[in-house]
Design a protein around this ligand. Sequence first.
Ligand SMILES: CC(=O)N[C@H]1[C@@H](OP(=O)(O)OP(=O)(O)OC[C@H]2O[C@@H](n3ccc(=O)[nH]c3=O)[C@H](O)[C@@H]2O)O[C@H](CO)[C@@H](O)[C@@H]1O[C@H](C)C(=O)N[C@@H](C)C(=O)N[C@H](CCC(=O)O)C(=O)O
Ligand SMILES: Nc1ncnc2c1ncn2[C@@H]1O[C@H](COP(=O)(O)OP(=O)(O)OP(=O)(O)O)[C@@H](O)[C@H]1O
Length: 554
Amino acid sequence: MPLKRRFARSIYHPRVEATSSSPQATSCNRRVGWIHVTISNGDLTIRPQHTSAIPLGQLASHFGFELSADSADVLITGVTINSRDVRPGDLYVGMPGAKHHGATFAADALERGAAALLTDVAGRNIVNAAGVRSLPVAVTLGHPRAILGAVSAEVYGTDELSAKVFGVTGTNGKTSIVYLIAQLLEAASVAPGLSSTAERRIGDEVIVSDLTSPESSELHGLLARMVERGVEGVALEVSAQAVDRHRIDGVHFDVVAFNNLSQDHLEEYGDMEHYFAAKAALFTPEHAERGVVVVDGPYGQRLAREAQIPVTTLATEYGQSADWHLAVTRQDLDGVSFVLQGPGGQFRGRVPVFGKFMAENAALSLIMLHEAGIPLERVSSGLEKGLIPIHIPGRLEEITEGGEGPRFYVDYGHTPGSFAAMLDALGEVVEGNIIFMFGADGDRDTTKREEMGRIAAQGSDTLIVCDYHPRSEPPEQIRAQLLTGARSANHARVYEEADPRSAIRLAISLASPGDVIVYAGPGHEDYQEVAGEFLPYSARDEVRVALREAGLLA
Ligand SMILES: CC(=O)N[C@H]1[C@@H](OP(=O)(O)OP(=O)(O)OC[C@H]2O[C@@H](n3ccc(=O)[nH]c3=O)[C@H](O)[C@@H]2O)O[C@H](CO)[C@@H](O)[C@@H]1O[C@H](C)C(=O)N[C@@H](C)C(=O)N[C@H](CCC(=O)O)C(=O)O
Ligand SMILES: Nc1ncnc2c1ncn2[C@@H]1O[C@H](COP(=O)(O)OP(=O)(O)OP(=O)(O)O)[C@@H](O)[C@H]1O
C-alpha cells in the first residue's frame, strides 16, 4: 500500500489510553500490555534518545565522501532523508526522487538544525546554486540510497544487534504475522518491537506508519530506540519495494518468512516474475540467516527450491510435503483452533480471528520463533490454553460487540488473493448472508480490479461497490471496472454506491441477525485520498457511528 497520511492520533487507535507526548512519557521504560499506547509527540519517526556523536570526517573516510572545507569535525547524531523530520545534529541526506531532488530542501533542513548535508553531485550543484553556504556538504559519487543503510547503521550503532530480527514478506498477511510474532515473543517473555504497515511500535511507544517498510534511515533510528528500550525480538514487515530500494540495508535478519504471492503492485513490477524476484531477494545470505516458507502454492514451492539460505517449510494443504504441517481443528466466527506439528514438536493453539489463513499466519510465526531458538513450549507456557490474544488494527476487526444483530468487520484486504482467502473462510462459518463492500485504489495496479470484483461477487450474497482512494482517476471509471468483474460472476446481488458513508448505511440496512458485513480496504487508515487531497476518513469510526444510528451499538 502507498503512502499513509497522519491525522489526529486519537482517531487512529481506538484503544488509546494515554496520549501524553512529553519526553518523559516517550522515554519511560515500562513494559505494558499491547493496548496501552503512548503516542509520540507529533514526531514523524521514532528515534533513540541518546546517540554517540560521530565526526563527519569518520563517515567520509569509511564511505569515500568528498567533504566541503572545514567540515570533517562536524558532529553527527542522527540521519534522515526527510527535511521535515530533521532534528538538531542530523545528517540530512538529500536524495534524487521521482518528484524532487532532496537537496532542494537543504535550507529547510539547515533551519531545523541539520549539522550537514549528504548528497550526490547533482545535489551539490543544487545547494551551490541556491547559495546555501553555511551547511557542510558531503558528496557521494553513487546514489545516496545505496549507502544510506550503512551510514545510518554506523551513526545509530545498529550494525550489530543482540535482539533477534524477524522479517516477513508475501502479498497478504504480513502485518498480521508481524503482530502475531510480537504477541508470541511477549508470551515467551522476549520483549518485542515491531514495524508494520499500520504502525511502528515499541511497547507503549507508537507511531503511525507512512510506508509498509520504512526508509533505512528511519529503520535504523527505530532499531536504536528498540535497543535503548531493551527490545529482544524485532518483527519487521518487508515489502518487495523495501528489498529493491535498499530500505533494509544494514539489517541482518535472523529469520525471514514468505507466506504467499498473488497479484499486486503490477503497476510497478510489470509482471509476477519480477514481483516474485523482488521478494525472493530477501532469501539471500546478504540479508538473512535462514527462512521459513509456506509451500501451499507454486511460488512458495519455487522459493523453497531456489532460496540461497537454509529454508524450513510449512504446508497447510493435505498431502503437501513439508517440514511442518498445520491442521485446523475448529473454526467459527470467533476464531480458529489449530494443531501445528513439526521438528519443534506439537503446538495446539487458537487465534481469536476467523479464517484458516489466520491459523496459517500463527503457524508461520511460531515456526519463525522456533527457528530463532525460542522453543514452542516456552511460548505455550506464556499463553492460556494456547489462546493467542491478538488485536491487529483494521484486519478483520469486528466493530460490533456481540449481541443479536449482524456482525460488522472492517478489513484491509485489497487484493484478489486476500478477498478469496477471507470470503472462503467466511463461507465456512457464516450462517446468514455475507454482505461485502469495497472499492479499489486509483493510480495503482488497474489489472487486478475486474478479478477483485469477480471474486468479491462470487464469495458474497450481496456486494456493494463504493469508492476507496480514487486519487487522480475518475472514481466512476474505477467502480465500472469493479462492477464488470462483479457482474461476470453472476452470483451476488450487486449495488453501486459511490459514497462509502452511504454504502456503510446501505449495508447495515440490508443486514439481518446472523448476517456478516465485511468492509474491505480501509482497515486502520484514517484518510481518503481524492484528487491530490487527503480527506480525514476513518472507516472504523464511520461504521461505529452508523451502527449507533441503527441501534446496533451502544
Ligand atoms: C515509488 C516510491 O517508492 N516512492 C518513494 C520515494 O518517493 P519519491 O522518489 O517520489 O520522492 P520525492 O517526493 O521525489 O522526494 C525526493 C526526496 O526529497 C525528500 N523530501 C521531499 C519533500 C520535502 O518537503 N522534503 C524532503 O526532504 C524526500 O524524503 C525524498 O528523499 O521516496 C519517498 C520518501 O521515502 C517515499 O515516501 C515514496 O513512497 C511512495 C509514497 C510510495 O507510494 N511508495 C510505495 C510504492 C511503496 O513503497 N510501497 C511499499 C509496499 C506496500 C505494500 O506492501 O503494499 C511500502 O513499503 O510501503
Ligand atoms: N495468510 C493470508 N493469506 C491471504 N489473505 C490474508 C492472509 N492473512 C491476512 N489476509 C487478508 O489480507 C488482508 C491484509 O492483511 P495484512 O494487512 O496482514 O497483509 P499485508 O501483507 O500486510 O498487506 P499490505 O502489504 O498491503 O500491508 C487481511 O485483512 C485479510 O483479509
